[in-house]
Design a protein. Structure first.
Length: 362
């Protein structure tokens, strides 16, 4: 038998080398994800700006009167004010410089800085999307676990039908049906706005009416905000439920087929404990991933819901910007939504890697 001798100093140096341990590996994982997010964000700004510039639209046509359009000096002044007379590359560099300073430009429809407009409308959309995400994840994950545990039995068939309907039905159709049935026909829920006309909006702290009303102890405003939130949030949650349910069912089924689950069953552990402790735990990473994906999907789908329910958020602001050919505002909205989506996915990657360290090695 031979014994390999090593230098204790070399071993200590290797252990203390930066990035050689678990902490260094996790740091490298964070830096990789952060670098990928920044590259993706740069690509999004390039694509958003390029589409806004290359599409053959004339913003002055939607923002100037007929009399002003007939005046070449007024048109030239408008284009100079918003930098539309500059070369495309110079417009993009100017726009990137503004982004680094937090300046998204000036909205052609409101005449206000876009950052100020988005700060005004973003809380309404985030409140709606967060509640819809919570609803869709709670219901979808629960049904997905039940379906996987009862594979090919009636709970599984019921969950798969719900998933199919959630994936197939368009969001705007669900919004129209929900508004017509529960607001116009039955009158159970309010169908527009964030508060009743008789309710007083609480002082703005977070921008979330359900939270701000509780902070000042105004239960009347809180009740009104919750009742106005139920219908649009439920519609958004239903539109996203199918995707969450399918991902969860597939992930839990994979977890039930692992060696750890088979060994736990051989040991005679209770089926509920085996399901939750081993199968669901191994499926935690895909569930976290689908939660982040659902958040991004709902950010995009909220345009239809906000328009139908008169929810004064980013969706309505984006719709008005598109109809007014406000290219600068559209680009700003795209960048802000991309930043939110990338931040949520970055946090989801960190959380998923905490549950499954193998992700850091991929």
């Amino acid at each position: 038998m031979t014994r390999t001798l090593t230098d204790p100093g070399a071993e200590a140096q290797q252990r203390s080398a930066p990035g050689s341990g678990a902490g260094g590996g996790y740091l490298r994982f964070i830096l990789r994800r952060l670098g990928t997010s920044l590259i993706t964000l740069f690509g999004i700004t390039l694509v958003s700006f390029g589409l806004g510039v290359l599409v053959p639209l004339r913003p002055e046509t939607a923002n100037l009167s007929q009399q002003a359009l007939a005046n070449p000096e007024a048109v030239a002044a408008f284009r100079e004010k918003f930098g539309l007379d500059l070369p495309i590359w110079e417009q993009y560099l100017r726009y990137l410089g503004g982004l680094l300073r937090g300046d998204l430009g000036i909205s052609q429809q409101t005449g206000q800085p876009i950052a100020r407009d988005l700060a005004k409308y973003a809380p309404a959309t985030l409140e709606l999307v967060l509640w819809a995400t919570v609803l869709s994840v709670l219901i979808g994950v629960t049904l997905g676990i039940i379906a996987a545990n009862a594979r090919n039995r009636w709970p599984d068939h019921f969950a798969r039908i719900v998933s199919l309907l959630g994936v197939s039905l368009p969001t705007y159709w669900l919004a129209l049906v929900g508004s017509t049935l529960f607001f116009r026909q039955l009158g159970w829920l309010p169908g527009s706005g964030r508060l009743d006309a008789t309710a007083t909006a609480p002082p703005t702290v977070t921008g979330f009416l359900t939270i701000d009303s509780l902070l000042v102890g105004d239960l009347g405003a809180w009740s009104s905000a919750v009742s106005h939130l139920i219908l649009p949030a439920t519609v958004l949650a239903l539109s996203n439920l199918g995707m969450v349910l399918r991902f969860t069912r597939s992930a839990v089924l994979d977890g039930l087929n692992t060696d750890a689950v088979k060994a736990a069953r051989v040991k005679g552990l209770p089926s509920t404990r085996v399901l939750m402790r081993y199968a669901v735990r191994s499926a935690s990473s895909p569930i976290i991933t689908v939660t982040a994906l659902s958040f991004g999907f709902l950010l995009a789908a909220t345009v239809y819901v906000e328009q139908i329910f008169a929810w004064d958020g980013l969706g309505q602001y984006a719709y008005r910007s598109a109809t007014n050919l406000d290219v600068t505002a559209i680009t700003g909205i795209s960048v802000v939504i991309a930043v939110i989506f990338l931040a949520v996915n970055f946090l989801a990657d960190l959380l998923a890697s905490a549950f499954d360290p193998r992700i850091r090695l991929q």
